[in-house]
Write a new protein. Sequence first.
Length: 70
Amino acid sequence: MALSSRLAEIVEALPLTPRLRVLEIGCGTGAAARAVAARLSSGHICGIDRSAKAIEQARAASAQEIARAG
């Protein structure tokens, strides 16, 4: 799933640095979390959402990122 231009601008504006720990509240299907993970050379991102279905979708879509963090 492609990142919307609005979310892409937000992710691009984040001051991400190595070893940073990021919490995304209301992550939905995890599109922004995956974009943040792609920009982090090291560190950790955790996405939370009140929708169990959204979390399931985020986990499935983020399988590669989760495996790398391993």
